[in-house]
Design a protein around this ligand. Structure first.
Ligand code: SF4
Length: 247
């Protein structure tokens, strides 16, 4: 049923204040992406999303990390990988975790992340500082593999959670839109016909957004074919990141 979630019951609260609680709140790490995988057992019920409200970003993130709305479609099971702090001024929106990130629980903990950090001009300390940088992909759990590589991000994440998360991140000044799914969601009809053209038209979306290709090593041929990207856009990206990540 659209607009409903399978979530654990928090039965002693008023329905309008009902929140989804983590099984063990102490397991929710304050460090970016280090929340451990959990399996949720016990009573479950369908709860309309509109009925669920979360008083803080921390509570909302705990609920997202307990989400199992599309569990039946996830070959490795739910393990939402995202992080955010309410003071963050930069938001990274990618596609979905790969199998490696599903295992570690750390976003962009792979060669794509290495290249993204190089483009941004930041080290891991800054990149994983959720008080400065929020990382929220279009799909939060590993979606599995299809014939052409990893499947697209599950749509349920954005439908159920994204707007709530963005509302709790009022200081975001720059959003990096990595790949077609993020660009489609945030830019809509303002996108150009191809991802490359959208990235090349980055000035059209400034200062709020910078569209980027996926930093996967598999995109190296595209990077080589489009030298303007590293020559013009990457320096602009680094300057913005430096300005916004400096305390
Ligand atoms: S992919 Fe998104 S909607 Fe599905 S279980 Fe994970 S967090 Fe929930």
């Amino acid at each position: 049923m659209p607009g409903t979630l399978r979530l654990r019951r928090n039965s002693n609260q008023h329905p309008e204040k009902r929140m989804i609680q983590p099984k063990n709140p102490k397991t929710i790490s304050t460090l970016c992406g280090l929340a451990p995988a959990r399996s949720i057992r016990g009573r479950e019920e369908k709860i309309a999303v509109a009925e669920v409200g979360y008083p803080t970003l921390k509570a909302l993130l705990a609920a997202v990390r307990d989400c199992r709305a599309c569990e039946a479609h996830l070959p490795l099971g739910p393990r939402p990988v995202l992080c955010a702090g309410e003071t963050a001024r930069i938001l990274i929106v990618g596609q979905a975790p790969g199998a490696r990130v599903h295992t570690t629980g750390i976003p962009w903990d792979d060669p794509s992340g290495e290249r993204l950090r190089a483009w941004m001009g930041v080290d891991k300390e800054i990149f994983y500082d959720e008080s400065r940088i929020a990382i929220i992909p279009m799909g939060y759990c590993y979606p599995g593999r299809g014939t052409g590589g990893d499947l697209p991000p599950r749509r349920e994440c954005a439908a159920l959670w994204l707007d709530q998360l963005l509302t709790r991140l009022p200081r975001i000044e720059l959003t990096l839109l990595i790949g077609q799914y993020a660009q489609r969601h945030f830019l809509g009809s303002r996108r150009k016909p191809s991802l490359g053209e959208t990235a090349k038209a980055w000035r059209d979306y400034a200062p709020q957004y910078i569209p980027l290709p996926h930093p996967s090593p598999r995109n190296q041929p595209w990077i080589k074919l489009h030298p303007w990207f590293e020559r013009r856009l990457v320096p602009v990206l680094r300057a913005r990141i430096k300005a916004l990540s400096t305390r």
